[in-house]
Design a protein around this ligand. Sequence first.
Ligand code: ATP
Length: 235
Amino acid sequence: MTDVPVLAVEGLSKTFTLHLQGARRLSVLDGVSFVLHRGECLALVGPSGAGKSTLMRALYGNYLAGAGRILVRDGDEVVDLAAATPQRVLDLRRRTIGYVSQFLRVIPRVPTLAIVAEPARRAGLSDGEAIARARSLLARLNLPERLWDLPPATFSGGEQQRVNLARGFAVPYPLLLLDEPTASLDPPNRRVVIGLIEEAKARGAAIIGIFHDAEVREAVATRTLSVLPLAAEAA
Ligand SMILES: Nc1ncnc2c1ncn2[C@@H]1O[C@H](COP(=O)(O)OP(=O)(O)OP(=O)(O)O)[C@@H](O)[C@H]1O
């Protein structure tokens, strides 16, 4: 299976129906196709509102595809995420597909360390290993240790983004989706994230990212995919 792509997207389309506006339909993605192999980092580029985040959300199964296939390699199997059951999608998210969204959304009152350790625990690590991994990532991302036992709801934007990044990099996912992972970070922490992405590529992860920061994009991307706005409203 080594030559089987980690991800093959075939003819992916997505149309939103705006129920509060007379069921108007807005076509955002139309026939998107690409293939991604181990160790590649694909940067999605295109103007604001073109559909980059929509594509990411469809690849994580948050948005249901209108048409097309999203073929994800899962061990010896290839699963079409666009047609998978919700249970199978959750299963893929446990070990196969990681997603670092731009904003942290977590259960209130849970301390930072537990939030970061949780994906590693779900992926099968022991409690001790998951906590050790969480501690090491939080330290690497320069989150002050005095914050680790606090819930992150009141953290600054950059602190919350680093909690999110630590969660995403705590599991060696074969496929990792990064939605503007350095948007709120200062230059030293941007460099830490570039290092984490390079290490993930070196271990064979396939990565798709939206990097508005050109310096970060040029440092990590092996190629780009243009997502362009569609001209017309869907019929
Ligand atoms: N849940 C939704 N319901 C209706 N329309 C949506 C929804 N999500 C996104 N859209 C619309 O789809 C289009 C693409 O949005 P998207 O967030 O994917 O763009 P983007 O390329 O990521 O933009 P940016 O670079 O500004 O983040 C926009 O016109 C947006 O209004």
